[in-house]
Design a protein around this ligand. Structure first.
Ligand SMILES: *Cc1c(COP(=O)(O)O)cnc(C)c1O
Length: 384
């Protein structure tokens, strides 16, 4: 069951490493991240790849990507410090969060960052004052498109196109360098046509600004590239082929500089979370459903199961007939239930103490883990 997400060699490595260790923990296969990075490069040969640090900010991942020549998209000055401490030059960093304090803008500027994203007048005014002359991406709102994504970034980011054009002019007036338009189609976006609509929007905005004699030079396509979860996705090459075709069809010979900011699509499939079954129980003698409680839950790694949004494939070493289960975490919080409405199936032979492996958990797991809720420590990560 679900074994085919990893090769036999990878399984051997994961299981041999995990055997003697106390669960829960995340195992990350660095080779997979390296392969994915190369695949992004091959499939988008002209794009600059800015790894979205928030998806896994560990030193092992950042230094691997640094050595592979990646750029970095940061969400805060704290992520900036992590990246700079590894010797990454600030001209390889983009401050992509549209929500930031004026003094953090200044700190990033003082440390050498010259590329920012914005979607509001107040932030543009802060940038003009605290990061004078910097290059700016303007983020366009994608609410109707992101709602298709499994983990939408929705209404929180971006502004309406009309307002965006005014922000571009304002930025130019204030001495900033209006560099390009950015968007994010929503995380775990499986619908390829989302990029079509987004790129069409960006192209119209480029044309509009030309009319104002402002020549935008870059398109930042954000992240959104899906990982293989319970619902498998097309390989990256299929997305890339379509997206590159869209870019060509809108921009023709005048293709702007392309930026990508993959997080999930780059590191998601590299991780396997290893957990142990703490308890299996029923609510009444005749109950057909088993409650399976594991030592990993919403608060120590599986945050993205909120609302059952992300459905991770799970694997156990037990075989045979399966039955419905409700999967829940170890804490004394009633929202610590991963899957209840969507019925996962696990072998009837599953016993307390058996391991459950959560696949494709390399993104947004360890970094989302609480510090000490119910006394449970944050999720450990090991790199193989
Ligand atoms: C979160 C985020 C990303 C990464 O998104 P994924 O869907 O994980 O690839 C990229 N860019 C920005 C601005 C983000 O906020």
């Amino acid at each position: 069951m679900s074994r085919d997400y990893y090769s036999p060699d990878e399984w051997e490595k994961i299981i041999a490493f995990s055997k003697t260790r106390e669960t829960p923990f995340l195992v990350v296969l660095l080779d997979r991240i390296q392969q994915k990075f190369k695949s992004f490069h091959t499939n988008f040969p002209h794009a600059k790849i800015y790894y979205a640090v928030k998806s896994n900010p560990d030193t092992e991942v950042l230094s691997l990507l640094r050595d592979l020549g990646s750029y970095f998209d940061i969400a805060s000055i704290y992520e900036l410090d992590r990246v700079l401490h590894l010797g990454v030059s600030p001209d390889r960093v983009s401050f992509g969060n549209t929500i930031k304090k004026a003094r953090h803008v200044r700190e990033a500027y003082d440390k050498g960052v010259r590329l920012f994203t914005s979607d509001s007048e107040a932030d543009i005014r802060n940038l003009a004052k605290e990061a004078p002359g910097s290059r700016i991406f303007f983020r366009v709102l994608m609410d109707s498109i992101t709602s298709d994504a499994d983990w939408p970034l929705s209404r929180k980011f971006g502004c309406q196109p009309r307002m965006l054009t005014e922000l571009v002019s304002l930025a130019a007036d204030l001495g900033l360098d209006p560099y390009g338009i950015s968007f994010h189609v929503g995380s775990q976006q499986r619908e390829i046509s989302a990029w079509d609509a987004a790129i069409a929007n960006v192209h119209s905005l480029f044309e509009w600004m030309k009319g104002e004699r402002i020549h935008l030079r870059a398109m930042n396509m954000g992240g959104g590239f899906p990982a293989d979860y319970l619902a498998k996705t097309n390989p990256l090459s299929v997305y890339a082929e379509e997206i590159n075709r869209y870019i060509g069809s809108y921009f023709g010979d005048a293709i702007p500089e392309i930026y990508l900011e993959p997080g999930r699509g780059l590191v998601g499939e590299a991780g396997v979370l290893v957990s142990e079954t703490i308890l299996i129980s029923k609510k009444s003698k005749s109950d057909l459903k088993r409650w399976v409680y594991t030592d990993v839950g919403i608060f120590n790694g599986l945050m993205e199961t909120l609302g059952e949004a992300i459905k991770y494939p799970v694997y156990t070493e037990k075989n045979g007939t399966t039955g419905d289960v409700i999967l829940a975490g170890p804490t004394c919080d009633s929202m610590d239930i991963m899957y209840e409405h969507f019925k996962y199936q696990l072998p009837l032979s599953l016993e307390i103490g058996d391991r459950i492996y959560w696949l494709s958990t390399g993104a947004y797991t360890a970094s989302y883990s609480s510090v000490e809720f119910n006394g449970f420590p944050p999720l450990k990560t090991y790199y193989l």
